[in-house]
Design a protein around this ligand. Sequence first.
Ligand code: AMP
Ligand code: MG
Length: 269
Amino acid sequence: MKLLDELRVRPGDAPHLARRDAGARPGAESKAEGLERLEKLVARLGVLHGRLYAESQRAVLLVLQGMDASGKDGVIRTVLTGVNPQGCRIEAFKAPTPEELAHDFLWRVHARVPARGEIGIFNRSHYEDVVAVRVRKLAAQSVWSRRHEHIAAFERLLTDEGTAVVKVFLHESKDAQRKRLQDRVDDPEKRWKFRLGDLDDRAKWDEFQTAYEDVIRETSTEHAPWYVVPADHNWSRNLCVAEILVAALERLDPQIPPAEPGVDGLVID
Ligand code: AMP
Ligand code: MG
């Protein structure tokens, strides 16, 4: 699909974040058309997920990364509305606890991957262990840089064992973030989401962009590709992620298991 080719970062390629327009609205000519298409994708996702769950052989993992207010929560809320919560595993990764820090960085991550039959969504992920750790200087370069290889091997393992991995970077502009953070401060219903620490990350905007640029280049593989989704417009962002997720499931083509012998044509009295 042309849209997915546009968003996907091919193995070895740089994502060229600075050259990509975070305000682009790919996937539809207009918002009305985009919302209509999204509705169809949400319905299709429900059907495909039903089959995945019935089949119970494979899983899909969608990794969501992005700066604060890039729309990770919004994507989960909107794109997954048609998916049966039974068979869906949403995992948010916060700063590691002392117990988590006492283990290797993938310990807590592996424990939260989707089981066969499930769609798993990571709201942040093991990529924080490269990006946030690098920018906030929580570990030496020698530590975070060797994680690229471990991540590639880990994602290879998941794929080999039947979990399709797709990774999405929600590409937001600094100005869109300013507006959204301001909105969080101003709106009493949203204020709980805002932490003063968000401003420290915002002040390191360029360093985060560089860190994302590098990690996406290093870890976009054939088996676990990165997609860079323009995230300034909510509807287009949601639409793109829905397209990516539906395509991942269509590729798996999950099958309803055959009925037990004797069930076909059975009349219940
Ligand atoms: P939020 O997703 O906005 O609720 O914030 C979660 C915070 O946890 C973000 O600031 C992340 O950077 C941080 N975080 C998540 N995982 C890690 C990690 N492995 N190392 C350091 N910080 C992390
Ligand atoms: Mg936050």
